[in-house]
Design a protein around this ligand. Structure first.
Ligand code: GLA
Ligand code: ZN
Length: 708
């Protein structure tokens, strides 16, 4: 099965980037040159208007769309689709001057001056009215324009405003949440602690470094409110677009694991997820190269696929070369730009887009990587790399709209993250996202596809659900887990799970709270270790190291759980370090400590085998390489990628009954896989795929095979 195309009428993997023609209005020959260069680089989409408010409305109420008319016509004439932005990410100085309420107020209660971008109040009625007006004009004017493909809402929504308008909105939001009962709020927030009980709604204030920082449930509710208020703003700015151009999908560019917003919640309101990817490749680190970083980026792509339940997403921004705001502006080594782009597609992106098409001449981003440099021609190394990427993407039309199904889900819950990062105890740096990455890596290394989901998603379609550090059990999650395991699923969870409810109130009667039944354990204490300290554990006849957090657990009295591994050190030697409980038709595993990489590799490797989980090439991939599969249900599109500075050989002949595996049985290395199945062919070269594939440093291969 295929998902609908993101850009209807464009059955391609789209290639393009942020384009700021408004910076070049006085030199229109550059616009024409841009069209020529874009086509030369295989670019078929450009994102325009993102920071154009002052060019569209130079004075209050005086609008000038003439330049945008011209650009969109030029793009349409050249077969380039437009990602058209609403300009709310930055506003003209005249507006800040005349209406100071549009300026954001910090947690320290100081109002910003005009400047920068992304610094507006999400509540301000004036700002909302201004945004609505300009968005209405944009939608009316470009409705039906042949270039208009998708709306790009604002830019990287983020941050928070603590002005009086926002405080009042927060209070109203709290009233609705607690059914107008301060008693309920006081109980949920446990306000008798430190004499925090509120006696009037007007006493409630957002968290502040000069005020409230200790009521955890308040902090959590504030974060929820910030997400909801941002969504409310976004919906207000989307309303005219939805009404006037109902067929044009809406997206907004997100920032990966940015923690200021709950992207799962926000994504419910948009049509397509998109994100801005700025990796920091080292590109010379030897054999394993950037494997760890590549896995982290892969995880973030998978997160974006998960935000819309598997629908292909957009790589909205990436740098064609160096990224100027990073501490070191390392150039992308030859091949890295193409590999990074194909990696996004491998994980479910249907676009590869850059920031920026043409380097701006002045101001903050003049040294940020771009397709076209200040030099201005196609005769640069970076342009060549981008053009090579364009040529590769042009061969992947069949991949557009394909799915990336997974047997495995990893739970990343943003509210859980907020709660973990807010509470004080056990250890200073809790490393939730790092821990997720550590649980993701073994799958990435074995070419096993993983979906990233939060507590609101369905578990039942997976064979294996991994929920590390699920400290907060949001309403319904425990029941969902019981149903999943009871119905035959396999769950793996860890220390620091099942401690609190959605208000950050600890479960009484022992952790993991409502998961005690399914896991069959009681977690009595948790030991924080200093850096460099280790506790040995034994599992499966081997010894491993546990670090940082070791939970001391018991098999629950009335359960049939068994200890599959144990601590070997300290006063908790002999107590369970890994447990497994048969529950209904399924099994629930519990890992009591933060284990080393070897443990994760062995433990999850064994589970993948036991559960017969699909992988791309049979799983035996060299260090620093991965394989990821997209599929339309009939054909698999297998992406092989090498994230090291050395050549690597991948054996694709031992897959789990895939075309390559079938065909290679009994064949020698040089034999063509396609010779018997007729199905494994490189999309990049058109050649038959052999039993082994050579990948150059930072190289990739993509082949198609029949799915069975
Ligand atoms: C962000 C923004 C872009 C640009 C890039 C530079 O992702 O959305 O406008 O500033 O950073 O890396
Ligand atoms: Zn505000």
């Amino acid at each position: 099965m295929k998902y609908p195309l993101i850009f209807k009428d464009h059955p391609h993997i789209m290639h393009g980037g942020d384009y700021n023609p408004d910076q070049w209005r006085d030199t229109k020959d550059i616009w024409l040159e841009d069209m020529r260069l874009a086509k030369l680089a295989g670019i078929n989409t450009l994102s325009v208007g993102i920071f154009s408010w002052v060019s569209l409305e130079p004075e209050e109420g005086r609008f000038d769309f003439s330049w945008l008319d011209e650009i969109l016509d030029l793009m349409a004439g050249n077969g380039i689709a437009a990602v058209l932005a609403t300009p709310s990410g930055a506003r003209p100085a005249w507006m800040s001057q005349k209406y100071p309420e549009v300026l954001r107020v910090g947690a320290d209660r100081r109002r910003n001056l005009h400047g920068g971008r992304h610094n507006h109040c999400f509540t301000s009625p004036v700002y909302r009215a201004k945004v609505k007006q300009i968005n209405t004009l944009l939608a009316e004017r470009y409705k039906g324009h042949p270039a208009l493909a998708i709306w790009h809402l604002s830019n990287e929504y983020g941050g928070e405003c603590h002005c009086e308008l926002c405080q009042e909105a927060f209070r109203e939001w709290l009233k609705a949440r607690y059914a107008y009962s301060l008693d309920r709020l006081n109980h949920a927030w446990w306000t008798a602690f430190w004499s925090h009980t509120y006696t009037d709604w007007s006493q409630l204030e957002s968290p502040s470094p000069i005020g409230e920082r200790s009521v955890h449930a308040l902090i959590l509710d504030w974060k929820r409110f910030v997400t909801e208020q941002t969504i409310d703003f976004m919906k207000a700015e989307m309303a005219p677009l939805r009404r006037i151009t109902p067929d044009v999908p809406c997206t907004t560019n997100m920032m990966g694991f940015y923690d200021g917003l709950n992207y799962f919640r926000l994504s419910e309101e948009i049509d397509i997820a998109s994100w801005d990817n700025y990796p920091t490749w080292r590109a010379d680190a030897g054999g394993a190269g950037d494997a760890g970083h590549a896995a982290r980026i892969a995880l973030t792509h998978d997160l974006n696929r998960g935000l819309k339940d598997g629908r292909p997403f957009m790589l909205m921004e990436s740098s064609p070369s160096a990224t100027n705001w990073q501490p070191v502006g390392k150039l992308k080594r030859p091949g890295v730009q193409t590999l990074e782009s194909l990696q996004a597609v491998a994980h479910g992106s249907d676009t590869v887009q850059y920031f920026q098409f043409r380097k701006s001449r002045g101001s903050f981003e003049k040294f940020h990587g771009a397709v076209v440099d200040h030099e201005g021609t196609e005769n640069t190394r970076v342009f060549g790399e981008v053009a090579r990427t364009g040529a590769a993407l042009a061969k992947l039309d069949a991949v557009a709209g394909t799915a990336k199904p997974s047997d495995v889900a990893l739970v990343y819950d943003v509210e859980n993250r907020w709660a973990i990062d807010t509470f004080t105890g056990f250890t200073r740096d809790k490393k939730y996202v790092e821990t997720l990455t550590e649980h993701y890596k073994p799958f990435w290394k074995a070419g096993v596809s993983v979906d990233i989901i939060d507590s609101t998603k369905d578990l039942d379609k997976y064979k294996l659900v991994i929920a590390p550090m699920l400290y907060m059990l949001r309403p319904g999650m425990a029941e969902k887990i019981e149903r999943f395991v009871g119905g035959g699923g396999t769950l793996v969870t860890t220390y620091m799970t099942g401690y609190v409810d959605e208000h950050d109130l600890c479960f009484l009667g022992g952790f993991p709270g409502p998961l005690k039944g399914v896991l069959g354990v009681w977690c009595e204490e948790i030991d924080g270790l200093y850096e460099g300290e280790e506790r040995k554990i034994r599992w499966g006849g081997k010894e491993y190291a546990a670090r940082e957090l070791c939970e001391i657990v018991h098999i629950a009295a009335d359960s049939g759980a068994i200890a599959a591994g144990e601590y070997l050190d300290d006063f908790y030697a002999g107590s369970p370090a890994v447990t497994v409980n048969r529950y209904g038709e399924g099994e629930a595993y519990f890992i009591a400590a933060r284990m080393d990489e070897c443990f994760n590799a062995d433990f999850f490797g064994a589970l993948v085998k036991k559960l017969g989980i699909r992988n791309a090439t049979g799983g035996n991939l060299p260090e620093g390489c991965t394989a990821q599969t997209r599929t339309d249900g009939e054909r698999n599109y297998v992406f092989l990628m090498n994230f090291t500075s050395e050549s690597k050989t991948i054996d694709v002949g031992s897959g789990d009954g895939n075309a390559a595996g079938r065909a290679s049985a009994g064949n020698d290395d040089a034999a063509s896989v396609a010779s018997t199945s007729g199905a494994a062919t490189s999309l990049l070269t058109g050649n038959a795929i052999k039993k082994t594939v050579e990948l150059p440093p930072w190289g990739a291969e993509i082949y198609v095979e029949d799915r069975n």
